[in-house]
Design a protein around this ligand. Structure first.
Ligand code: SAM
Ligand code: SF4
Ligand code: SF4
Length: 372
């Protein structure tokens, strides 16, 4: 049974707390909410859900355990009250969640929200583009690690998907999503030789290519430090071919270092979580598909929102005041800065601070579970 919304939280009315500034222990505001809508995916990327571990039989979340759209909306509304202005929808593969456009519409109806983006593997884009556009989605980021079919297959486990992803990117651009971004995770010896080819492919297209450092996020994919290519190395490779100049950050908390080609062929970006951590500016909160809030990609400490969204019989019963109080407290106590500690060689200590679970394979939450 659906129960009535708490009257303190009507869709358009101001809250008494609207003007309060919530910051964590390191003075960081809560500005971005990453919303995972599923943990399943059509790809098996080697750094995320490698096929040998996830090929068959891996238990994914049950349908019933996924947050319903009105439950996600309730958490999102409180997040906006506490300072969030941007949503990014993720997964797993978010476009596998049926009727995703309906969630986007709900999020779009929240006053003050400036930006609703999605990050996707791009394979399922074309049939959904019109719905995404009409629902009010503002940005699309497509993950694409290679233009070479064999390399693409080695990374994603999908041999036939590359043409559909490239078509999806083109179609998204034609549908008016701008600036469209493409994220490329570089792994040494796998796709590191493709930096110039990829840059050449997107130069002058209006699409912003961003290089993401391969990270030790999650546990099961067995992070191999030897595969990490520092972004400074990639920037030097590109710079030697096409000179670059830095662009000033667009807003506080922007994680990509932005550059533009001096010859006017557009912009590229570098997200260097491993070699140049940006924890001090990290304003992100993550909501997993089964309703857990995380303050850091590397933290296993979660705030379970479901108890504030559902009754014990599984029916939706939203406790807005409870959500707000819990989120305030959770963010107020935040002092996560895993990447910064890792870069100073103190990640062992970081683990001890962060880890609350006993099993070693539960030390870090998998990215497809938490929402990437
Ligand atoms: N399935 C969607 C996609 O791939 O775009 C959204 C979820 S995915 C977990 C979000 C992003 O995380 C992708 O750009 C992916 O490349 C990145 N990612 C996953 N595991 C990573 C790792 N170990 N290191 C760096 N980036 C990673
Ligand atoms: Fe799927 Fe994205 Fe993970 Fe690749 S990175 S396996 S596309 S969730
Ligand atoms: Fe933010 Fe945690 Fe990543 Fe640092 S390690 S940037 S705190 S998510």
């Amino acid at each position: 049974m659906r129960k009535i919304r708490d009257s303190r939280y009507p869709s358009e009315t101001k809250s008494a707390n609207e003007n309060s500034t919530l910051t964590d222990r390191l003075g960081r505001g809560m500005h971005d909410l990453r919303i995972s809508v599923t943990d399943v995916c059509s790809f098996r990327c080697s750094y995320c859900m490698p096929d040998d571990l996830y090929g068959g039989g891996n238990p994914f979340l049950s349908q019933e355990s996924l947050l319903r759209f009105d439950e996600i909306e309730a958490v999102a509304r409180v997040a906006v009250l506490l300072g969030v202005r941007k949503f990014k929808i993720t997964g797993g593969e978010p476009l596998l969640r049926p009727e995703l456009h309906k969630l986007i519409r709900l999020l779009k109806s929240i006053p003050k929200v400036k930006d609703i983006g999605i990050i996707t593997n791009g394979f399922h884009l074309i049939p959904q583009l019109k719905y995404l556009r009409d629902s009010g989605l503002t940005r699309i980021t497509v993950s694409l690690d290679s233009l070479q079919p064999e390399v693409f297959e080695r990374i994603t486990g999908r041999s036939e998907a590359l043409p559909a992803v490239l078509e999806g990117i083109r179609a998204a651009q034609s549908a008016g999503f701008s600036p469209l971004k493409v994220n490329m995770v570089i792994q040494r010896g796998l796709n590191s030789g493709e930096v110039l080819e990829m840059a050449a492919y997107f130069r002058g297209s209006g699409i912003v290519l961003r290089f993401i450092e391969y990270m030790d996020v999650g546990y099961r994919h067995r992070f191999n430090r030897g595969l990490l290519v520092p972004n400074a190395e990639i920037r030097d490779i590109i710079q030697s071919q096409w000179p670059l100049e830095q662009v000033v950050p667009g807003y506080y908390g922007e994680v990509a270092a932005r550059y533009r080609y001096i010859d006017g062929s557009g912009e590229i970006g570098f997200i260097s979580s491993m070699t140049q951590p940006f924890c001090r500016d990290c304003t992100r909160l993550r909501l997993s598909a089964d309703g857990k809030l995380y303050r850091c990609l590397f933290s296993s400490l979660a705030l379970d929102m479901k108890t504030l969204l559902r009754d014990s019989d599984g029916s939706t019963n939203i406790n807005n005041a409870g959500i707000e109080a819990s989120m305030r407290r959770f963010w107020g106590l935040r002092d996560d800065r895993y990447s910064e500690l890792r870069s100073t060689g103190a990640d062992g200590d970081a683990d001890k601070q962060i880890i609350t679970q006993k099993e070693p394979d539960e030390k870090k939450i998998e990215m497809y579970r938490m929402g990437g």
